[in-house]
Ligand binder design. Structure first.
Ligand code: MN
Length: 291
């Protein structure tokens, strides 16, 4: 069985573009390959957007060498990218964007949400690609809420949304380059979750809200990240109160990580090349919808 290795916690909130507050839950810059195949997780909000005429968010920027996964819990985001990919995602929807060789995109609150305003909460997760796929073709997967299977647990109230991989024989809709499970979980007070993994897999639990207990007597307070041991098959977790968590497990990618800003490659030379390719226009520019 896996055990809780350590709790990682950041408390500083900052802004990413116009998005604020943003909590940097973890980054490969701090934790290195400990979190492989995952690279970074930002928790955006919860916050409240005032009605406005100005579209807010993060304007045109590039990515290369990995995937960005955006989960929306409240509010509405519009993505547009240089391959023509994009769309509007709302509460319960997930966007799985494979930057691979490179995209330039912008991530803004949707026109409709900008006008009406309201509560927003999102997570953005970065997932690494194996070296062999880092310069592959970009891909855009828009996973609507209705396409994501929901498993109700034995207590009848707790539920697991299977975004990628499997849980209780249900298959998540996301296509991934390496074996992983991404589970969006809500546990009732006293609810128990058994997470199945393979021995050697990375296992992370981010607690958006609530309070969790890892056996025995190891609590996780809200907005903390539990890093489980690599050794062991699976682990149990119990909710001490109603809790919302993201469970990330997967096969490690044992390759060098060299990341800077919006690029995550294997070597420093590849990072320099990415900056050069932005300068010379190889990565292109955002295309309006319909082009
Ligand atoms: Mn981005």
């Amino acid at each position: 069985m896996k055990h809780l290795a350590f709790v990682h916690r950041n408390d500083t909130r900052f802004a990413v573009g116009d998005f604020s507050p943003v909590l940097s839950v973890f980054s490969h810059l701090e934790l290195g390959s400990t979190v492989s195949p995952f690279l970074l997780l930002d928790h955006i909000g919860p916050g409240r957007l005032l009605p406005s005429t100005r579209r807010q968010g993060v304007n045109e920027h590039p990515h290369r060498g990995f995937e960005t996964v955006t989960l929306v819990y409240a509010g509405e985001i519009e993505h547009r990218d240089s391959t023509g990919g994009g769309g509007v995602i709302g509460a319960g929807d997930v966007q799985w964007m494979t930057a691979a060789a490179g995209v330039v995109h912008r991530e803004l609150f949707s026109e409709a949400f900008t006008q009406r305003g309201g509560r927003f909460e999102m997570i953005q997760l970065w997932v690494n690609l194996p070296a062999a796929d880092k310069l592959g073709a970009p891909r855009y997967q828009s996973l609507a809420r209705a396409a994501i299977p929901v498993v109700t647990l034995a207590d009848g109230e707790s539920r697991v949304r299977v975004i990628a991989g499997t849980f209780a024989d249900r298959q998540g809709p996301a296509l991934t380059h390496t074996r992983m499970n991404v589970l969006d979980v809500e546990l009732a007070a006293g609810g128990q979750l058994e997470v199945a993994t393979e021995d050697g897999d990375t296992a992370l639990v981010y607690l958006r809200s609530g309070r969790l207990q890892f056996a025995p007597e190891e609590p996780l307070e809200e907005q903390g990240l539990a890093v489980l041991s690599n050794a062991g098959n699976g682990f149990p977790v119990t909710a001490m109160e109603r809790s919302r968590l993201l469970v990330l497990t997967g096969a490690r990618i044992d390759e060098p990580i060299n990341g800077h800003g919006p690029f995550v490659m294997n070597s420093y030379e590849e990072i320099l090349q990415a900056y050069e390719d932005v300068r010379n226009g190889t990565l292109g520019a955002v295309k309006p919808a319909g082009e």
